[in-house]
Structures are given as structure tokens and as C-alpha cells.
Design a protein around this ligand. Structure first.
Ligand code: ADP
Length: 473
């Protein structure tokens, strides 16, 4: 089976969030279970040059808005699978990956170029896996091509939802300029008076998946459906949830090259060294017996940061440390800065994006906070589990599927979980975690349960293969 994965961001070439982790790891995992997979993604200014292996195609001509655009395609296997990076400087060589008024146009171009590329490579894929709104355009283009072009006749599309909150909305008057002026396309894109690339992907892909089982149900309800829950209910027989895996080649405390010391479930002495080094990094006193509470996140309302804001004072009142790495909404960034000024001996902050530090915090912290409002899958809680850092999460989406609340009687569970979106409920779990932290044997058991949890990509890749087989039959 040949599978082409299209994604707007993919590790190690580019990343703003979990989508990149998944898009980078899935093609590799698919190869490991015998699928002939490849990845197509844009080449950004942010892509490190040393990742590129060679120029694969010097002249990929893409007809765009009535003109012929010459693009180039670079090749790499840095993520463990053949990867084609589309080089269209005007579109992708910019200061950031997203955030431009014409993002819809940039990704429509990417989709179109990817389809031209797939044709040029020859040997049409059996499955094209499309990820999030950035790839909704390709769902329609392939659906249309399939009708008259025998090359695409047997190609099927799977659309994977990583986050329903991002819709790729734009004015319907743009549709014809992008080549989607026909009735079929207009119907697919139109919703609530606008065009939505997400809607198009959901409406006309052959199969739909999302990144956890729980989220696959949540998005069928108005609260999390962003006006498209009706469509997901309508297509629920085509929608399945597959929980993301963790790339243990990248996130493994036994081998992680970003860490000052290594450790595993049997021997946690290296974790203590990581904790010491983390405190040093933030110029905090080296009191190793006090727990470090940590947060690594995009500072958006999705992540429930307001619950951290409402409870962090209580955390600090117990003498614990709080370390945060994140960037996003100005108000939350300002809050962190004020918190640091208020308790400089207990608080460490880094406003911005820092991959190495993310690894070091996962390794050195004791408790990881993730009180999300909604969370399609969430990766940080799974990284925490592997790094012996006990997660406190809200029971939504993938957090609910991957974290089991610790039960003192049976000694089962790998973290702490609360349901209601409230500071009181969150605080209850924070206190429970603190109390347990000071019972070393019990804490060790929770860490053990977390570190032994298998969230490897292999399981997930096999489920994708089943999904692809269903899509083809
Ligand atoms: P989302 O995709 O919604 O941001 P996930 O938990 O699925 O959330 O994935 C987030 C990914 O982005 C993780 O790999 C996390 O470590 C990383 N990340 C988020 N913010 C930062 C940051 N400021 N610096 C480094 N890594 C970050």
C-alpha cells in the first residue's frame, strides 16, 4: 500500500505544535509496519538547511491563478521516511509559518503543488492522508480529479482532524480564484456564509480520523464542533479516533541528547540530576526535595492557562517550584513575567519557543500541569509519562484517553485527573499530587505506572493501516 501524507508542519523540518510531531512520526511508523509512505510538506525559512539531502526536482511547474509557477522540490529522510519539501519562496519563506491574511491561499497552493508532485513522482498513491484545514483543498481536488483522470482513479483520501478550532476560513468570493468556483467545490467549502477549508476536508474526504477516541465523540457535539458538529454526526460512520503515538526515538529519557543525564523506570537517579540542572538553568535554589510543577504550552485559551493562573499562588505557598515554557497571548505572557518578579526564588519562566528546553523541563520536573479546556490528543502528557513526570490533566479529549487517575487502593493509574473546568477541582488534584509526592514509595509507583505506559507509534500505525484498508474497500 502506498500512502502520501500531506502536512503543513512536520518535525524535524518545522513545528509550531503537536501536528508537527505527528506528521513527522507517522510516515516513519507506517514504514515500520510495511507501508510504502512518503511525506510532503512546505520548505520554510525555519527549516534547517542541514536537514536537506538534495534537490529532487528543479522545475515543478504549478499552474496557479492562471499563471505558471516554477517551484523546486527538495528531498530528505531526516524524519525516517522519504520527504519532499516544496520550495516556493514567495509562499513559504517568511518570518513565521502561519499568521498571514492569505494563509488560505498559501496552503491551497501547497495542496495543488503536492498533487502536481504526486503525479510527477508517478505511481499514484492508494491513500493520501490530509491533516487539518491546511490540506482540505486537496480533498476536493482529488475528488474532482478522480472523476475524469484515470491516474487518480484508485486513490482515496483520509482527512485527519488534529484540531477543530482552526478552520481555515476565507471569503467565498476567493473560491473561484483558487480554482474552486464550480458547484461541487462551493458546496464543499461553504459554511455559515464563508468558505472553510476544514469543512471541505470533512465533507468530501473518503474517511475521517481524529487523534483520540474521546475527541472523536466530543467534536460531534455543538460545544466542540465549531458549527460543523452536524457534518461529523452525519459522517460518523466514516469517523474514527486513533490516539497519537509518541516518537520514542525523540522522546526517550534513556537516550535524549538534550539531557544532562539519562534515566529509565528502573533507575531514576539521572532524573535527579536533570532536576538539579533545570533549577540551575533558571537560577533557582537547588532544593531538590521540593517538587517542580511545570507547564509547556501554547498560551491560548484552549490550554486552560487561566486555571494555572488561578492556582499557581497556592502552589507557591506550599514552597514548591513552578517552571513554565510558552508563548502566545500577551496577557498570559505578562502574567508569567509578573509571577517571576513576585517569587523569583520559586518561579522559572521562558517566554518563547525552545525545543531543547522542552525536553529538559520534561525530564527535570516532578509534576506536569495540563488543565486544557479541550485537547484533541495532547502530547506533552504522554512525554511526561515517559519522563517520570506525573501529569495532572483535565479529563477531556486525548487527556482522558491517556491518563488514568491514580487509585491508592489498587495502586493503578499514572497521573491525576479532574473533570469540571474549575480552579477548585484543579487545586484538589494539585494538593493530592503534593501530598503523594511526600510519600516517596507511592510517588515512585505512579512514576513507574507512567513510565511503563506504552504509547508507541507502532500501535497507532497499525490502526491507521486498518483505517486505510477500510477506506479502500
Ligand atoms: P498543541 O499541538 O495543541 O500545541 P500538543 O500537546 O499536542 O499541543 O503538542 C505540543 C507540542 O509543542 C509538544 O511537542 C510541546 O513540547 C511543544 N511545545 C509547545 N509549546 C512549546 C514551547 N514554547 N517551546 C517548545 N516546545 C513547545
Amino acid at each position: 500500500m502506498r500512502v502520501a501524507v500531506l502536512a503543513a508542519e512536520a518535525v524535524p523540518y518545522s513545528k509550531t505544535g503537536g501536528l508537527a510531531d505527528v506528521a513527522g512520526a507517522l510516515p516513519k511508523a507506517l514504514r515500520q509496519v510495511g507501508v510504502d509512505s512518503l511525506l510532503i510538506t512546505p520548505l520554510y525559512r525555519q527549516t534547517k538547511e542541514n536537514l536537506i539531502e538534495h534537490l529532487a526536482i528543479d522545475d515543478l511547474w504549478v499552474v496557479w491563478r492562471g499563471q505558471n509557477y516554477k517551484t523546486q522540490v527538495y528531498y530528505s529522510e531526516a524524519n525516517g521516511s522519504p520527504t519532499f519539501l516544496i520550495h516556493a519562496p514567495e509562499m513559504f519563506f517568511r518570518d513565521s509559518i502561519y499568521g498571514y491574511r492569505e494563509d488560505y491561499e498559501r496552503f491551497a497552493f501547497f495542496n495543488h503543488a503536492a498533487i502536481v508532485l504526486l503525479r510527477r513522482i508517478g505511481n499514484a498513491p492508494d491513500i493520501v492522508q490530509l491533516n487539518d484545514w491546511h490540506c482540505g483543498f486537496a480533498a476536493i481536488e482529488i475528488a474532482k480529479l478522480r472523476r475524469w483522470d484515470s491516474y487518480w482513479h484508485n486513490t482515496r483520501t483520509v482527512f485527519s482532524i488534529h484540531n477543530m478550532a482552526y478552520q481555515g476560513a476565507f471569503g467565498t468570493e476567493e473560491l473561484w480564484k483558487l480554482g474552486f468556483g464550480d458547484d461541487f467545490s462551493r458546496n464543499a467549502f461553504s459554511t455559515g456564509g464563508a468558505a472553510s477549508a476544514l469543512k471541505a476536508g470533512l465533507a468530501d474526504s473518503d474517511m475521517l480520523s481524529t487523534v483520540s477516541r474521546r475527541y472523536s465523540y466530543e467534536i460531534q457535539m455543538a460545544e466542540n464542533g465549531y458549527g460543523l458538529d452536524w457534518l461529523l454526526r452525519q459522517r460518523s460512520d466514516r469517523l474514527i479516533g486513533i490516539t497519537n503515538g509518541v516518537d520514542y526515538d525523540v522522546w526517550n529519557p534513556e537516550t535524549d541528547s538534550d539531557l544532562p543525564a539519562h534515566f529509565n523506570a528502573q533507575d531514576l537517579s539521572g532524573k535527579r540530576m536533570c532536576k538539579r540542572s533545570l533549577l540551575q538553568k533558571f537560577f533557582l535554589p537547588e532544593n531538590l526535595d521540593k517538587p517542580i510543577f511545570a507547564s509547556i504550552t501554547r498560551l491560548t485559551s484552549q490550554k486552560g492557562f487561566e486555571l494555572i493562573r488561578q492556582t499557581v499562588g497556592e502552589i507557591l505557598a506550599t514552597g514548591a517550584y513552578f517552571i513554565a515554557l510558552g508563548s502566545g497571548e500577551r496577557e498570559s505572557e505578562d502574567f508569567l513575567q509578573k509571577l517571576k518578579n513576585y517569587a523569583p526564588q520559586q518561579v522559572g519562566i521562558y517566554i518563547g519557543y525552545n525545543e531543547t528546553l522542552a525536553h529538559q523541563i520534561e525530564a527535570g520536573a516532578d509534576v506536569f500541569l495540563m488543565p486544557s479546556r479541550f485537547e484533541p490528543c495532547g502530547l506533552n502528557q504522554m512525554y511526561s509519562l515517559r519522563y517520570g513526570t506525573v501529569p495532572i490533566v483535565r479529563a477531556v479529549g486525548g487527556l482522558d484517553d491517556t491518563v488514568e487517575n491514580f487509585d491508592r487502593v489498587s495502586s493503578t493509574g499514572n497521573g491525576f485527573k479532574f473533570r469540571e473546568f474549575s480552579a477548585d477541582k484543579f487545586l484538589e488534584k494539585i494538593y493530592e499530587a503534593l501530598f503523594t509526592y511526600y510519600e516517596p514509595e507511592t510517588w515512585r509507583k505512579i512514576q513507574w505506572n507512567g513510565m511503563m505506559t506504552d504509547n508507541s507509534w507502532e500501535n497507532a500505525a497499525r490502526k491507521y493501516v486498518q483505517l486505510y484498508n477500510m477506506t479502500r474497500s
